[in-house]
Write a protein that binds this ligand. Structure first.
Ligand code: 5GP
Ligand code: ZN
Length: 113
């Protein structure tokens, strides 16, 4: 499949990887929107959050735990951060492989654009 995040997860394409285990990978966003802007993805391809179900839902727990660890490592666990999952066209999703944005290191305004 021609999916850039599958290629990064499979080490076929370069990325600045900050965490990896059997199921999850995290790497720096190529176009960061905050001082800390990481993408956390399941290694197995899922098109969006809408493909999560009872069978595969444990991956969300693993991604959230990874986000917590990365927040601690980047010293933004106390200050705060934003975890974002853009979904579909109106949600602003541009890459069709489920990913969580971990954004921090500055104050985040609300509402988002
Ligand atoms: P979305 O808009 O789908 O929520 O987020 C996709 C994100 O992936 C964007 O923030 C974009 O900068 C990032 N991105 C797109 N292509 C690449 C790439 O090849 N490498 C990395 N590291 N990030 C990418
Ligand atoms: Zn993929």
């Amino acid at each position: 499949m021609d999916c850039i995040f599958c290629k990064i997860a499979g080490h076929e394409m370069a990325a600045n990887i900050v965490f990896e285990d059997d199921d999850v990978m995290a790497f720096r966003d190529i176009n960061p929107q905050a001082p800390i802007h990481l993408l956390i993805v399941p290694k197995k391809h899922l098109g969006s959050i809408m493909e999560i179900n009872e069978e595969n839902g444990e991956i969300i727990n693993k991604i959230i735990r990874t986000a917590q660890n990365l927040a601690r490592q980047n010293n933004i666990d106390s200050k705060g951060f934003r975890l974002v999952v853009n979904t579909g066209n109106d949600g602003g999703q541009t890459v069709g492989h489920l990913h969580f944005h971990l954004l921090g290191g500055r104050f985040m305004t609300w509402p988002p654009g």
